[in-house]
Structure formats: C-alpha cells, structure tokens
Design a binder for this molecule. Structure first.
Ligand code: ADE
Length: 248
C-alpha cells in the first residue's frame, strides 16, 4: 500500500476530496486518511512542516499502516537559475542542509549513518506522469492564474533537493547550502527526513516538489497562495496519470 504525504493541507486537498471509502484515524495529532484513489488503496496524511514532523509521520505510516512505498509531494523554493516557478523537481538525491556535526563528521553527514546524500528509487511511470502533466498543464489553469504566478512552460528536473528546518528567503542562506552541495536545485523542509527514515526501513520513496518561489525576500508572499491555487492541482493530476499507468 502507498503512503502519500504533504506538509500542508492545501498541497493535497484535491486528492483527499477524491478519496473513496475513507476511514480516518488520529494518531499523534495527525489524521491518517485510508481510502481508495482510482481503485487503489492508499493512506494520505498531512505531516505539517519540518523534518521532525515528516520523520514521525513516515515512521507511523510504515509501522502502523504497513505502507510499502511513500510519495511526498509539495512545494519548494528554487535555488538554481534554471529552475523556475511552476517547474517540477523529482528528487534523485536528498540532503539535510542543516545537519552539521563538524568537525566530528563532515558537514551534512548524518552522524553514525555515514551518509549525507539519499538516493530515491527511480520510478519511470511517475516520471512519465509528470512529463504528461507538464505537456498538458494549460488545460488545468486559467490564463490569469498562469500569468499571475508567472508560469509559462513547466519543466521537469531531476536533481538534488536540500531539506532543513529553515524557510529559505535570502541569498546568504542559499550560499551556505550551495557551499556544501553546489548542485542543489531547490530547498524545502521535509524531503530528506522522509528519505532518511525510508532508507533506514528499506522502503522505496519518491519526493516531488513543485517550485513556488525563488527562496528570496518574496518567498513568504508567493508560496501560501501558490500551494492553494497551483500545487494541489499539479499533485492531483500527476497522481491520476501515475495511478492510471500503474494499474495497466
Ligand atoms: N517551501 C517552499 N518554499 C520554500 C523555501 N523558500 N524554503 C523552504 N521551504 C520552502
């Protein structure tokens, strides 16, 4: 069974509204929604923000709900010039940019795990579903919405995502992250925590991030509205295509 996570309600509310046969259960102040989406069973949950929230949510999904795959979808801030608002990043590597136990361990290495970078299992059908959505995106939004958010032609990028308990909104914060991981495409607050728990339990996972802002002084203005108006729709349509392809 698949576990689906978003940090915020707005990022996955449309998927929740299409879940059928829903049973909900509150554990540790989080509501887990078990139901079927396109005839496939899954558990959906909003983790809330940050690495601890994400890690505890994933652990619960694995131990209590016995999920055997996890997908996290949500928004992120771009820190790469070629990654634009509206683009989608499918992680092929994840790091915790705020982990720093140097000089005992190299910066960003997880102490005693001997690991800094987590690599998700590649899921070609999910990638195809994202590509499919990126070609058809204009069907799902009004011209006005696309113009308001400056979305022209969403691109899919595969690359490194850096996570930390920090809402990144300045060049100096970005520079610190790029110092250790210059190939980072975007920043968020949960993905690499999900990755660590899934790695430790041996569960496959994918992290999808939709770029809402450029991690600059405007980031806090752009991203809540984006999550509500845009990201939830991306996630719904991507999951629909993916589930359809997976059930063939
Ligand atoms: N999620 C969306 N935008 C972000 C940012 N600028 N920093 C951290 N997480 C984010």
């Amino acid at each position: 069974m698949l576990g689906l996570i978003s940090a915020m309600y707005e990022e996955m509310d449309r998927v929740l509204s299409q879940l059928e046969h829903v049973e909900s259960q509150v554990i540790g102040q989080r509501t887990f929604y078990r139901g079927t989406f396109q005839n496939q069973e899954l558990v959906l949950v909003f983790s809330r923000w940050g690495k601890v929230a994400a890690a505890t949510t994933v652990t619960q999904l694995i131990n209590t709900f016995k999920v055997d795959q996890i997908v996290f979808s949500g928004v992120a801030g771009s820190i790469h010039p070629q990654v634009k608002v509206g683009d989608i990043v499918l992680a092929n590597a994840l790091v915790q940019h705020d982990m720093n136990a140097s000089p005992l361990f190299p910066p960003t290495e997880i102490p005693l795990l001997e690991k800094s970078v987590f690599q998700p299992h590649f899921e070609p059908k999910l990638e195809n579903a994202i590509q499919h959505f990126a070609h058809q995106y204009a069907e799902y939004f009004s011209k006005e919405t696309l113009e308001n958010f400056g979305i022209s032609k969403p691109q899919l990028h595969h690359g490194k995502i850096a996570s930390g308990d920090l809402f990144v909104h300045s060049k100096s914060q970005i520079d610190v992250i790029l110092l250790h991981h210059p190939d980072t495409l975007c920043v968020e607050m949960e993905g690499a925590a999900v990755a660590q728990v899934c790695y430790e339990y041996g569960i496959p996972y994918q992290i999808i991030r939709i770029i809402s802002d450029e991690a600059n002084a405007n980031a806090h203005v752009d991203f809540p509205l984006f999550a509500k108006e845009v990201a939830g729709k991306y996630t719904l349509e991507i999951l629909k295509h993916w589930f359809k392809a997976s059930s063939l």
